[in-house]
Write a protein that binds this ligand. Structure first.
Ligand code: ATP
Length: 223
């Protein structure tokens, strides 16, 4: 059996404002479907592609810590929160690649919406040299989630065409460079939905872990 420190490492970046069950199922189903040894959650300190998060980075990091506690295959990376400046994924991948060495497979996990925005990311074409990219379907982004790459932005489609693989085994055999679509249980949960529910004093229970719900309540977040 492969040691958890040698098998493919998944990386799930996000604003996690707050983390919800869509994120956790994405990580869990990717781990299962793609044979990942571990999944590392990387909360963004200063997300470059969106407005300022509602919650401070320290709160978002703490909510991620609470959400993944108890799953031995999940871990948290606070590098983007501690770093100054914008949280560019390419910088995180360079850092993690330097940490794990050139041979261990590294898999960047993205929802279909995030994947479609890839051509807007800083130094995006270099991401393929550093990691594989696994793309999960996400409700609201159909038909792209299931039918891509036929309907992708042509620039992204050109960059991905020769990289697409449909078997998880190709991830384990190389360190980086493949693009792998995978199906996850469709969950129409978003952090915006959670923020809206909390703001309107409606229940967000069963959409986020209880430990995160308790943290939101005790710190009076999103009111
Ligand atoms: P917001 O509603 O504030 O835009 P979000 O729910 O999209 O937030 P992010 O932290 O921006 O959460 O997402 C991090 C990553 O998780 C992205 O790659 C995103 O596509 C993916 N993701 C988030 N929610 C889901 C979901 N329900 N199903 C599949 N992927 C998801």
């Amino acid at each position: 059996m492969t040691s958890p420190d040698a098998g493919p490492l998944g990386l799930l970046g996000g604003t996690f404002d707050p983390i919800h069950l869509g994120h956790l199922r994405l990580a869990e189903e990717a781990r299962d479907a793609l044979g990942l040894a571990r999944v590392r959650f990387v909360p963004a300190g200063e997300p470059p592609h969106r407005t300022t998060p509602r919650c401070a980075a320290g709160h978002r990091l703490e909510m991620v810590r609470r959400a993944v506690a108890g799953n031995p295959a999940f871990e948290v990376d606070d590098g983007e929160v501690r770093a100054r400046g914008k949280s560019y994924t390419v910088l995180t991948l360079e850092r993690v690649r330097a940490e794990i060495g050139p041979d261990r497979p590294l898999v960047l996990l993205l929802g279909a919406d995030a994947f479609q925005g890839l051509p807007g990311w800083h130094r995006w074409t270099e991401l393929f040299d550093l990691a594989h990219i696994a793309v999960a379907n996400r409700p609201g982004t159909e038909p792209h989630g299931r039918r891509w790459p036929g309907v992708l932005d042509p620039v992204l489609e050109r960059a991905c065409q020769a990289r697409i693989r449909t078997d998880a085994a190709s991830l384990a055999g190389t360190a980086a460079g493949c693009v792998v679509p995978f199906d996850m249980t469709p969950l129409a949960i978003s952090a915006s939905l959670i923020r809206d529910l909390v703001a309107c004093q409606h229940s967000a229970r069963y959409l986020i872990p209880d430990s995160v719900l308790d943290y939101i309540g005790s710190n009076d977040l999103y009111r």
